[in-house]
Design a protein around this ligand. Structure first.
Ligand SMILES: Cc1cc2nc3c(=O)[nH]c(=O)nc-3n(C[C@H](O)[C@H](O)[C@H](O)COP(=O)(O)OP(=O)(O)OC[C@H]3O[C@@H](n4cnc5c(N)ncnc54)[C@H](O)[C@@H]3O)c2cc1C
Length: 482
């Protein structure tokens, strides 16, 4: 084997063929390419993929392996130590270059450094490419050379850098080594948790590069026009649903940027949704910018003032929140949607997060961990940003004194109650007037709709008005102690 010229392409969160700079560079060598994916959850520390992510990963690898086979190649699967696995493969094939895509999470940067060191000792070069962000985190800085902590100036600086390069096309063929190394079977990786819940959520996944591309095409052909008006409405499909595809790299943000911008410059065809949508892609980049410069933010508040917050430890309350049994229909609808589908609408994510942090005063980290396990799109940068934003303790966060009102948010963003009726079917017969506040309905009328509070549907677990006052009083104390 050692006489053959083979380069290794180490796949990470770049599970696609098109617009893949690392794969493109590996192919440009003209050598045979050996694609390998290494499952090494222990190298991801406390943030190894959660249950929903593991299901997605399994399905995505399955589809990608077929796509490789169609190009005359294979996807080699391994598990264990990344550095040792790559080293052994380089040794077996006499390989001198390994190509890979950079991941910017702290544990992944550490993993990359370990791999680089291990390979360097053997005179193997690790070539690393950014295929997951429009701008690498350290490619954008303030005039003083510091990281940005506020989104709008960050976004303006990105816009000034100009358009991202055009995406690369997918290869037509991938030259294969004459002899393949052993590969684990996908099932050997045991990614899919043994739980009846898996079958339920699996039906809602749109796994793989081909489906991602279809979703992107459909969204940018049509729905993007109404994105500014509909993006906050959980009762309609107003957003793209691309987050898990971007997280696993089944699509690159550059592909999404170009598809979304396609009509932007063309006069009467200009689409109002483009700008609003593209801004969200930069929020994603901004989340990585923050995680890169403030690597403790998955665990610690960025603003130290919030560190001594007197969090409540209450497993029963946490469980009621997780199960969608808070007695606030909009919150419960969101939590049940998450459990049933592996996804929750962004507006509802904000409301349920605010409820956990400010009404129940349970640590945002508990919420972040539940999301981590249940979301198909669980992403360390976006999740940490989202939770710290709602808690008011992160960069460019909502001010702490902004407490989302769980019933007025429901009335505003689910005006016909379709979202609540779908996910909290026991309230289906309750009229719009009381749907978000069933405790205000006279009990006899509520019973005529099939609901007795405390039986079919719970009483509100806290009084929102009182809980809000308590949270704000604590905030005032923290501010005074600063
Ligand atoms: C508490 C909380 C936790 C969150 N956890 C995650 C998470 O783990 N993973 C995740 O991808 N997003 C997370 N978000 C951000 C956002 O809710 C999701 O990205 C969005 O709902 C995904 O749906 P979509 O793909 O239809 O988004 P679209 O509205 O279609 O947006 C397009 C893309 O832009 C990016 N994007 C959109 N909104 C945001 C945002 N607020 N911050 C960063 N990027 C954004 C996503 O990649 C998304 O796919 C979280 C938000 C909150 C409030």
């Amino acid at each position: 084997m050692a006489s053959e010229s083979v380069v290794i392409y180490w796949l990470r969160n770049d599970l696609r063929l098109a617009d893949n700079p690392a794969l493109t560079a590996a192919l440009a060598t003209g050598h045979a390419v050996l694609p390998v994916y290494i499952w090494s959850p222990e190298e991801e520390g406390d943030w190894a993929p959660g249950a929903a992510s593991r299901v997605w990963l399994h399905e995505s690898l399955k589809r990608l392996a077929k796509a490789y086979e169609a190009l005359g190649s294979r996807l080699v699967l391994r598990q264990g130590d990344s550095a040792e696995t790559l080293h052994a493969l380089c040794d077996a094939y006499g390989t001198t270059t390994v190509f890979t895509s950079r991941r910017y999470e702290p544990h992944a940067l550490h993993q990359e450094a370990r791999v680089r060191d291990r390979l360097k000792g053997e005179d193997v070069t690790l070539q690393v490419f950014n295929g997951s962000l429009l701008n690498a985190p350290d490619a954008v800085a303030t005039q003083a050379g510091d990281p940005y902590k506020v989104f709008t100036p960050y976004y303006n600086a990105c816009v000034k850098k100009g358009e991202p390069d055009e995406p690369f096309s997918a290869p037509q063929k991938i030259p294969a080594p004459k002899q393949w190394p052993a590969s684990d079977a996908l099932a050997d990786l045991a990614l899919v948790p043994d739980h009846s819940w898996v079958e339920k959520v699996r039906q809602h996944g749109t796994f793989g590069e081909a489906t991602a591309q279809e979703l992107l095409d459909t969204f940018t052909d049509d729905a993007i026009i109404d994105y500014p008006e509909l993006r906050d409405r959980p009762d309609v499909s107003g957003t793209s649903g691309l987050a898990p595809h971007l997280h696993f790299g089944e699509l690159s943000p550059r592909q999404v940027w170009h598809a979304a911008s396609a009509y932007r410059l063309s006069g009467e065809d200009a689409r109002p949704g483009n700008e609003a949508y593209i801004r969200q892609l930069y929020w994603r980049d901004f989340a990585y910018h923050l995680l890169y410069y403030f690597p403790n933010t998955p665990e610690e508040p960025l603003k130290p003032m919030f560190a001594p917050f007197p969090w409540v430890e209450d497993d029963e309350a946490l469980q009621r929140w997780q199960r969608g049994q808070t007695g606030y229909p909009f919150v419960d609808a969101g939590m049940r949607e998450l459990w049933e589908t592996g996804w929750m609408h962004n507006r509802v994510r904000m409301v349920v997060a605010s409820f956990l942090i400010k009404d129940l005063r349970i640590h945002w980290r508990e919420g972040a961990q539940w999301f981590w396990d249940c979301l198909f799109d669980a992403d360390l940068a976006n999740n940490s940003l989202g939770w710290q934003w709602v808690a008011g303790c992160g960069a460019d966060a909502a001010p702490y004194f902004r407490v989302f009102n769980p019933f007025s948010q429901g009335k505003k963003f689910d005006p016909d109650g379709e979202y609540v009726r779908k996910w909290v079917p026991e309230l289906a017969q309750v009229p719009d007037k009381y749907l978000q506040t069933p405790w205000e309905m006279p009990p006899i009328e509520l019973a005529a709709c099939g609901v007795t509070l405390g039986k079919e549907y719970p009483h509100p677990m806290v009084d929102h008005g009182e809980a809000r006052k308590t949270a704000l009083a604590i905030y005032d104390e923290l501010k005074a102690a600063k």
